[in-house]
Each structure stands twice: as C-alpha cells, then as structure tokens.
Design a protein around this ligand. Structure first.
Ligand SMILES: Nc1ncnc2c1ncn2[C@@H]1O[C@H](COP(=O)(O)OP(=O)(O)OP(=O)(O)O)[C@@H](O)[C@H]1O
Ligand SMILES: O=P(O)(O)OC[C@H]1O[C@H](OP(=O)(O)OP(=O)(O)O)[C@H](O)[C@@H]1O
Ligand SMILES: [Mg+2]
Length: 290
C-alpha cells in the first residue's frame, strides 16, 4: 500500500485533509486517529506532527507526505526526498525581524544572535549569504518574545499577515529568506514492496491533486460570438489546450467553451462583452483530470 504522511495539527492540517478529501480519499473523522486505511484507493494515511513529515518520507519509511516547504528545507533531508508539487495553500514567507528601527538588512546581523524554530534552514541560509558569526538560537515557538526577553537580538519566523510581528513591537527587514506553501514530497524510493503498484498509486494521487488545484483555480466560461469575431475572442480565452467551438443554429454565430483562471472571471467577461460576445456564462468546475 502507498503510505502517505499528513500533518496532524497546526496551520496545514485541516487544509491538507480537505484537499485529500476533495481528491476522493478517505480522511480521519476523529483527531485522535493516528492511521487511516483507505482500502479502495490502496493508501494508508499517517497523521504526524508537521515537522516530522519530512523525516519519515526522507528516511524512506513513508512514500509521500504533505508538509510546508519551509519545514521540508529545515529538515535537511534533500538526499532522501524531493518536492513534487506546490499545493496552493499554507502560503507564508520566512523573514527576519527585529525591534523597530534597529536593523535594515541581513548583513546587519553579523556577530548577532537570531532566534528561530527553523535553525537548520537559517544556518544554511546565513552560510549561503556569507554573513559571518551569526549565532542561531533554537526556540520551539513564540519566537517573537525572544528579543524582548533578551535571548536574541533578532528573530527569523513564519510571517503570514505580519500581525504577530507587529504586536510584538517588531518589523521585518531585508528580503524574505524564503517563500513557503504546502507541498507534496516524495521519497527517493523504498525497495521490497510492489514498486509498480506503489508507482501507479503515486501517479494517481499526483493527478488527483493536480485536478483539485485546477478545479480550485479555474472556472468554465461559455459564450456565443459572431464567427467574424471568433479569433479575437479566443485570444482572450485560449483555454488550457484549446477552446471548444460549436456551431449554432444561426450560421453567423458559434458557441465557445473554455477554462479560464477564476481570478480573472470579471475582467474576461468585460473584454468578451466588448468584443461582441453574448450569453456569457460562468460555471465552477467540480472536479477534473488534466
Ligand atoms: N499563519 C501561519 N502560522 C504558522 N504557520 C503557517 C502559517 N501559515 C502557513 N504556515 C505554515 O505552516 C507550517 C507550520 O505548521 P505549524 O504551525 O503546525 O508548525 P509549528 O508551528 O512548528 O508547530 P507548533 O504549532 O507545534 O509550534 C509551515 O510550513 C508554515 O509555513
Ligand atoms: O504573520 P501572522 O499572520 O501573525 O502569522 C505568523 C505567526 O503564526 C505562527 O505562530 P503559531 O501560531 O504557529 O505559534 P508558534 O510560534 O508557537 O509556532 C508563526 O510562528 C508566527 O508567529
Ligand atoms: Mg506554529
């Protein structure tokens, strides 16, 4: 069976489970369940601490995992696992922050103490940037209190809205250390199993998740347009591969059907209307396989 790690709590947990449910997999009902077997799909889901997902996948014990890109990089398991795809939720940045008006760039941190829960990621980054003598102080959480309490001069932490940093009297500075989102990771292979079956289940899961991403990001747009304006209209809605064009009873008109990015719905409807399109209809995509 394909063995997949899912975050059991925290910022990514609920969204990871909803995405898997949307992709047609069984998910646990009870937060106390540690393992769930989805017999029909040949998958076992293991609910693990978000930080531990990369460790299990990186060491080859589990085949796939859902985690954050920042957590994955912090686990330093690149030799055992790789990022397969972004999952479009749990977006955040990982940033440096300090007391207002104190620091303006990462270089200012040479010889200083920086508190974080992501010490491996941060150590690696300071080395890469060539900023010397930074003492990285490990804290488990509530990192924003580190400066006020005197354990560090600055911090590096996950920033989403920026409210937590602001409430602690701090500001971010420098370029973000990294941009993160939830990702699917896969191990570099485990022997002594039915590899072909594992590979098939893996490819299915990837296609299903891609389908969910597309269904979430795109809508279906239908409209009627004069044949003479068709080229201009299909330039506005080229579709993923190519739009569907069907004849109408009136030979001068055709019907067009095309997938378009959901965020651009109104802008595209305006443009199509101005080109002469009429009966413009938008419907959501329940599920798809690209
Ligand atoms: N607002 C947010 N707060 C925290 N993490 C977020 C947020 N938005 C997205 N994330 C992502 O969630 C992951 C962190 O998950 P989580 O908060 O569950 O871990 P943790 O903070 O290490 O665990 P714990 O809650 O036990 O301290 C990271 O990948 C992070 O980028
Ligand atoms: O920019 P914001 O929207 O304010 O979100 C970022 C905050 O959320 C997370 O904390 P979490 O609640 O996970 O607590 P923790 O620090 O104990 O992990 C993260 O560590 C930041 O503190
Ligand atoms: Mg947290």
């Amino acid at each position: 069976m394909l063995r997949v790690a899912v975050p059991n709590k925290g910022a990514l947990s609920e969204a990871a489970m909803s995405m898997l449910s949307e992709a047609g997999y069984l998910q646990r009902r009870d937060r106390k369940e540690l393992v769930l077997v989805d017999e029909e799909n040949g998958i076992e889901f293991f609910y693990l601490r978000p930080r531990d997902v990369a460790v299990y996948v990186g060491s080859g014990i589990l085949h796939l995992g859902l985690t954050g890109r920042d957590l994955f990089q912090d686990a330093r398991v690149e030799t055992g696992a790789k990022e397969v795809m972004g999952l479009g939720f749990g977006r955040s940045t990982f940033r440096l922050a300090g007391p207002r008006g104190t620091f303006s760039s990462a270089e200012d941190l040479a010889g200083k103490r920086v508190a974080t829960s992501y010490d491996a990621l941060l150590d690696h980054w300071f080395t890469q940037q060539g900023i010397p003598d930074v003492e990285v102080v490990h804290l488990d959480g509530a990192v924003e209190s580190a400066v006020r309490l005197g354990v560090a001069d600055a911090i590096a932490d996950v920033v989403e809205t920026g409210n937590t940093i602001k409430a602690a009297g701090m500001e971010t500075f420098g370029e973000p250390v990294m941009k993160s989102e939830a990702i699917l990771i896969s191990g570099n292979g485990t022997a002594n199993e039915d590899d072909a079956a594992i590979e098939r289940a893996t490819q299915r899961l990837i296609r299903r998740l891609q389908g969910v991403l597309v269904a979430r990001q795109y809508v279906m747009m239908d409209y009627d347009i004069r044949r003479s304006d068709l080229d201009a209209a299909t330039e506005v809605t080229p579709g993923l591969e190519s739009p569907t064009i069907s004849p109408l009873a009136d030979p001068n008109w055709v019907a067009v059907r095309s997938m378009v990015p959901a965020k651009k719905t109104n802008q595209l409807m305006d443009e199509l209307y101005e080109l002469g399109a009429r009966a413009i209809l938008v419907s959501s995509i329940h599920a798809c396989r690209i």
